[in-house]
Design a protein around this ligand. Structure first.
Ligand code: ATP
Ligand code: ZN
Ligand code: MG
Length: 401
C-alpha cells in the first residue's frame, strides 16, 4: 500500500484501510493532526482514496509502518459503519455578491492590524477590534430582544466540572491544562533561578508543578449550567448572555484567524423546557438572519456536528445529526472557495439538565441550548468578503463603527 517503504522518507502516501466518504474527509483529516507529533500536515483529497502525510523529519521504514498503522486506526474508527448524515440547509445565501476575493491575513499582518504571538494566539489591532465591537453590538441587541441577563464567567474551569459533563471522553484532544508551581520554597527558588525557554518551551522539572485542578475553559455556556447545577431552576427558565475567552488546542489545524487556540465567543443561552429552548433557538436564527442580510454577508446555515474525538465521533455525530442538535452559520471565504463556521445554533436536549441536576418546576431535567458566535471568525469572514478598506464596507457597518 505504501508508495515506497524501503527507505527513509519525510512523505508517506497510502490508501486508507476503508475508502473515506466525502462527508468525512475533512473530519478525518482534522483528526490526523493528533495522531503523531512527527506529522507536519496530512492531506486527504475529496475522493477519499488516498492519505498523504508530510513529516517533520524523515522516518525509518519501521516508523512509517507505525504511522500508517496509527492513521488506519483513526480511519477504521471514524469510517467503519458511518452513516452519511442528511445535511439540512436552513438558509442559503452563499451567492450574495461580496466585493473582495483575497486572503486578508497577509495584509492584516503587514499593516500590524493583527500580530501573532504563537501558533493560534493573536493580538488584534484597532481595525479588527472595532469590527468585533460592531458585531458585539449586534449580538447584544439580539440578546436584549430575548431579555437575556448578562453574566461574566472565569477563563479557568475546574477539571471536576468538565468531568461531570463527559468532556474528557468527547474532546480530550483539544484540552488546555493549567498548573502552577508547587507551594515549596525550594521549588520556587529553583524555578526563579533556572527557568528558561528553549525550542521545546519552558525548561523546568515536571515535579515542580502542582497536579492539575483546572483547565482553560473550552466554551462559555458550560459555566452557566454549572452555576445552575443541583437545584431547581427559578421560574423554570433562564435566558442569559456572556462573552468569554475559549481555548481549544487544534494542533497543526491552527491556521490564521480561522482556527485559534485562544478565541472569544459570545453566547446567548436558553435553559428551560424543550419547547422553550427549541422555539427560542429558532427565533434567534431568524433574527440573526435579518442582521446578516442587512450586512450583506454571504453564508449558509446547515446542520453540523461537534468535533468529537475519534472514539466518540461516529456515534455522537450520528446522534447530533439525527436529532438536529447543531446548525452552523458557515460564512463564505471567497479567497479559498470554501466556508467557515462563524456561529452555531445548538440544542443539548436535557444532557446538561441530567448531568448537572438542573430541574424544572415539575421535577424533570431542564433542556438547554445556545447560540454561539466566534468573534475573531466572524470578523475574519467579514474581512474576507468585504476587504480591509472601511469605505468599501456596507453602510450599516461603517456608520456603527
Ligand atoms: P469547527 O466546526 O470550526 O471546529 P465548532 O463546531 O467546534 O467549530 P462550536 O463549538 O459550535 O464550534 O463553537 C461556536 C463558534 O466558536 C464556532 O462557530 C466558531 O465561530 C467559534 N470557534 C470554535 N472553535 C474555534 C477556534 N478554534 N478558533 C476560532 N473560533 C472558533
Ligand atoms: Zn454553548
Ligand atoms: Mg463545527
Amino acid at each position: 500500500m505504501l508508495d515506497d517503504h524501503s527507505s527513509t522518507t519525510d512523505r508517506i502516501a497510502f490508501a486508507p484501510a476503508l475508502n473515506i466518504p466525502d462527508h468525512l474527509t475533512g473530519e478525518v483529516q482534522s483528526k490526523l493532526a493528533y495522531v503523531d507529533e512527527t506529522i507536519a500536515s496530512a492531506v486527504i483529497p475529496a475522493s477519499g482514496d488516498q492519505i498523504t502525510l508530510h513529516l517533520r523529519q524523515p522516518a525509518s521504514p519501521e516508523r512509517q509502518l507505525e504511522l500508517v498503522e496509527k492513521v488506519q486506526r483513526v480511519v477504521e474508527s471514524m469510517v467503519k459503519g458511518a452513516i452519511k448524515p442528511r445535511v439540512q440547509i436552513l438558509e442559503d445565501h452563499l451567492d450574495r455578491p461580496t466585493p473582495y476575493r483575497l486572503d486578508p491575513m497577509d495584509t492584516l499582518l503587514a499593516l500590524g492590524e493583527i500580530s501573532q504571538e504563537a501558533e493560534g494566539i493573536f493580538s488584534l489591532g484597532p481595525l479588527v477590534t472595532k469590527l468585533i465591537q460592531y458585531f458585539e453590538k449586534r449580538f447584544l441587541e439580539l440578546a436584549d430582544s430575548f431579555g437575556a441577563v448578562p453574566y461574566r464567567f472565569p477563563t479557568l474551569i475546574p477539571a471536576r466540572y468538565l468531568e461531570r459533563v463527559n468532556y474528557f471522553r468527547a474532546f480530550p484532544h483539544s484540552l488546555s491544562f493549567v498548573t502552577h508551581l508547587r507551594e515549596d520554597l525550594d521549588v520556587i527558588d529553583n524555578f526563579a533561578q533556572h527557568a528558561a525557554c528553549d525550542v521545546h518551551g519552558l525548561t523546568a522539572p515536571l515535579e515542580s508543578f502542582a497536579g492539575i485542578q483546572n483547565l482553560l475553559s473550552p466554551a462559555v455556556c458550560y459555566h452557566l449550567y454549572f452555576a445552575l447545577a443541583d437545584k431547581p431552576l427559578p421560574n423554570g427558565k433562564v435566558v442569559a448572555t456572556a462573552v468569554g475567552n475559549c481555548f481549544r488546542y487544534e494542533a497543526i489545524n491552527l491556521v490564521s484567524l480561522e482556527r485559534l487556540w485562544n478565541f472569544t465567543m459570545r453566547e446567548i443561552i436558553f435553559v428551560g423546557s424543550k419547547e422553550f429552548v427549541l422555539e427560542n433557538r429558532e427565533i434567534a436564527r431568524q433574527r440573526m438572519s435579518s442582521v446578516l442580510e442587512e450586512i450583506g454577508m454571504a453564508y449558509r446555515v446547515e446542520s453540523a456536528n461537534d468535533p468529537f474525538f475519534i472514539g466518540e465521533f461516529r456515534k455522537q455525530a450520528a446522534f447530533q445529526s439525527a436529532f438536529q442538535l447543531k446548525f452552523e452559520i458557515r460564512a463564505s471565504l471567497p479567497f479559498k472557495d470554501s466556508t467557515l463556521a462563524v456561529g452555531s445554533y445548538n440544542f443539548h436536549q436535557d444532557f446538561f439538565g441530567r448531568s448537572l441536576n438542573i430541574s424544572l418546576p415539575d421535577g424533570s431535567p431542564a433542556n438547554t441550548g445556545c447560540v454561539a458566535f466566534g468573534l475573531e471568525r466572524i470578523a475574519f469572514a467579514f474581512l474576507a468578503q468585504f476587504g480591509l478598506e472601511p469605505e468599501n464596507w456596507p453602510e450599516t457597518v461603517r456608520v456603527n463603527l
